[in-house]
Design a protein around this ligand. Structure first.
Ligand SMILES: Nc1ncnc2c1ncn2[C@@H]1O[C@H](COP(=O)(O)OP(=O)(O)O)[C@@H](O)[C@H]1O
Ligand SMILES: [Mg+2]
Length: 377
């Protein structure tokens, strides 16, 4: 334990013992068995923590062999003004917002959700974009939700994720509904509270576009753990990002960071990044407002094809530049959420065991069995 006190979590800047991340130390002869419990299966610095732990333990005289098991336990956190009840079973809600439509907000929400699922987390996706629900098409399902015995709605399951969308409710054969602000806020609250989501590590919420008063009204009704703002280099990125940042600051919702979508085009021949719309707008906005740039997502012609195909690109083609970027952005985001939630963390339930041989990942694993194996990315 003294040796492990010398190992810091690179993001929380405290040692693993103080952070209560060290479990089950067993010493047999010259072999030390230890379990390290990370705060997210999508930990970007997992490799570093592993090698630091091994190095520290090997310093101890008499230790010749280390059996290291890595698990993850996502902690629960809800920001925002007091008085908002967390949703039972949901550990974190992440709002994806943008200054205007068409910047790739839904693409980001869907691929972040799928990336976290691929890391082994239990993930839900709520399509709250009343004006342009796109999750039914992007996830390739248009099932009608069925009520539960206790008068809630059963969510839809697809691609190892749990889904709900206004698109599932506002069916094409129905008359279009004219949504007004208060109705929208009411609907979103219902979507959070009246859907039988089950146990989720992360619920990703695709918000309606815009960060004005209407969005403020409806966002303040939601218990949110963190927010992400999607921008593009071509738009007036700075002022748009600023409006989003101001909105979440007013709501006391932690801003996990900015994601710049359609940042560059990777030259297929050389891999060189071509910054068609100019370089560094997202980074400048991030620096100016003191929030992280979680990453730059490239333009990918396969994207629109994949959107129509009903399979998120990170699942369909893990090797595409866009998928690689989304996997990285999702880890950065999960790490930020862990840092934000550290002080308010509520540890719950059983940890996810990160399976070095590769498991199934996602919510298909039965938590009742005591563990959920993780597929390594
Ligand atoms: N990185 C990208 N590369 C190529 N096409 C993209 C990318 N991001 C989004 N798109 C495409 O841009 C369009 C708008 O994206 P969408 O996610 O629906 O935006 P929003 O939800 O903000 O309105 C879609 O056709 C989508 O397939
Ligand atoms: Mg959208």
């Amino acid at each position: 334990m003294a040796a492990l006190r010398t190992v810091d979590d690179p993001e929380l800047h405290k040692d693993l013992v103080t952070l209560n991340m060290v479990k089950n130390v067993v010493i047999e002869g010259s072999t030390v068995g230890v379990t390290v419990e990370l705060t997210t299966p999508a930990c970007p610095l997992r490799g570093k923590i592993e090698s630091d732990v091994r190095a520290a333990l090997m310093q101890v005289p008499g230790v010749a062999h280390i059996e290291l098991q890595i698990t993850a336990q996502v902690r629960s956190m809800f920001g925002g003004k007091p008085g908002k009840e967390p949703i039972p079973g949901i550990r974190n809600t992440i709002a994806v917002a943008s200054g205007k439509g068409g910047v790739g907000k839904s693409t980001v929400a869907v691929n972040i959700a799928a990336s976290l699922m691929l890391e082994g987390a239990r993930v839900g996706l709520l399509d709250a974009d009343i004006y342009g629900p796109s999750i039914p098409i992007m996830l390739g399902t248009n099932e009608a939700p069925v009520p539960t015995a206790d008068n809630r709605l059963n969510p839809i399951h697809a691609h190892n994720m749990t889904l709900m969308s206004v698109g599932f409710i506002n069916r094409q054969d129905d008359k279009p509904i004219i949504w007004r602000g208060p109705m929208v806020a009411g609907l979103l609250t219902q979507f959070l509270r009246q859907v039988a989501w089950g146990e989720l590590d992360y619920l990703v919420i695709d918000l309606p576009p815009g960060t004005g008063d209407a969005q403020l009204t409806l966002t303040q009704a939601l218990p949110l753990s963190g927010s992400v703002i999607v921008t593009q280099p071509a738009q007036v990125a700075l002022s748009d990002a600023q409006k989003g940042i101001n909105m979440f600051k007013q709501l006391d919702v932690p801003i996990l960071g900015i994601i710049e979508n359609m940042s560059y085009y990777p030259n297929p021949a050389t891999g060189e990044k071509v910054y068609i719309f100019g370089k560094g707008g997202g980074q400048r906005a991030a620096t100016r407002y003191g929030v992280p740039l979680l990453g730059e997502i490239p333009l990918d012609p396969e994207m629109s094809e994949s959107g129509d195909a009903g399979v998120p690109l990170v699942i369909k083609n893990a090797a595409s530049p866009l998928s690689v970027a989304f996997r990285d952005v999702s880890r950065q985001m999960a790490a930020r959420l862990s840092v934000e939630s550290y002080n308010n963390a509520i540890p719950l339930g059983v940890p996810i065991i990160l399976d070095p041989n590769g498991g199934q990942g996602g919510p298909g694993n039965d938590p009742a069995q005591g563990h959920r194996p993780l597929r390594l990315g």
